[in-house]
Design a binder for this molecule. Structure first.
Ligand code: A3P
Length: 277
């Protein structure tokens, strides 16, 4: 019904997966050239991971595999240890939760954000579709409240984005590229070029154009949609891939309620988000 099946560990809610990897994260063996992708859930990690590994490989012909195979909280660290460098790691963690060695190497970070209205809708559908993990069949209006209260896996979006905003502002030494899902939708070619330049990989217009094509929602759904499937047979990750789908879900009253809470929580923030195309 309305309750979500979570695991709680050190004050954070996780999906119901084995937390042996989570426990091992502080001692994860970081390499100097590891690339860290950071995001709150449903902000575009799958998309970002796919384009990054193509740019790193210098070709769009990369092996079809799930992003979760390189996710710090979920993948086996023994398996990540076997991967050739440079590795594109991904995680929903906060700065203080990253591996200890991260501080030693000051690795490159790509941090992607997305507007919370679309995240709420995406997260709701994710939670329904990953039924095996969450055992959840609740209603949208109740889920939206849980998102605003931070009672979802990885806790509050507000805490996450405010935390990283503060950490970035106070760590001038970081090698970090900040992106948004909405900018990637608006012009993937422009954003992919930023990524290639930031990663200092060789690239040309053809590689960027090929990556835009192969990382399109349609192409990724076709190649990778089978990895996680709901009991009804839908892809749990590749749903719509748009900006502004929240308008099909929020009532006028829910939108006003959201905006009021948002304005309170984000009063001190300089972050700006786009809510429509
Ligand atoms: P929707 O549920 O709004 O469709 P994450 O990768 O962080 O889990 O985020 C998943 C969201 O990104 C989903 O949003 C999914 O459809 C969207 N997405 C995945 N691949 C995409 C792509 N290639 N282009 C655009 N959106 C993509």
């Amino acid at each position: 019904g309305e309750t979500i099946n979570f695991i709680e560990f050190k004050g954070r809610l996780y999906p119901n997966f084995s937390i042996s990897s989570v426990e091992a994260i502080p001692n994860f063996k970081v390499r100097e050239d590891d690339i860290f992708l950071i995001a709150y859930p449903k902000s575009g990690s799958h998309w970002l991971w796919e384009v990054c590994r193509m740019l790193v490989a210098g070709t769009v012909d990369v092996k079809v595999r799930p992003k979760q195979s390189m996710m710090l909280e979920l993948a086996s660290h023994e398996e990540i240890d076997q991967e050739p460098s440079p590795r594109v790691l991904n995680s929903h963690l906060r700065y203080d939760e990253l591996p200890k060695d991260f501080k030693k190497f000051n690795n490159k970070i790509i941090y992607i954000r997305r507007n919370l209205k679309d995240i709420a809708v995406s997260f709701y559908n994710h939670t329904l579709k990953f039924y095996d993990y969450y055992q959840y069949k609740g209603e949208w209006k109740n889920y939206l409240k849980m998102v605003l209260d931070g009672k979802v896996d990885y806790n509050s979006w507000f805490d996450f984005v405010l935390h990283w905003e503060d950490v970035i502002a106070t760590h001038q030494e970081f090698h970090i590229l900040e992106l948004t899902y909405e900018d990637m939708i608006e012009c993937p070619h422009r954003e992919f070029k930023k990524i290639a330049e930031f990663l200092e990989v060789p690239f040309d217009d053809k590689l960027l154009a090929d990556a835009v094509h192969k990382c399109s929602f349609k192409s990724m759904k076709k190649r990778k949609g089978h990895f996680y499937v709901s009991p009804e047979g839908d892809s749990a990750v590749y749903r719509k891939g748009e900006v502004g789908d929240w308008k099909n879900w929020f009532t006028v009253a829910q939108n006003e309620w959201f905006d009021q809470i948002y304005d309170e929580k984000m009063a001190a923030s300089k972050l700006m988000f786009k809510y429509s195309k």
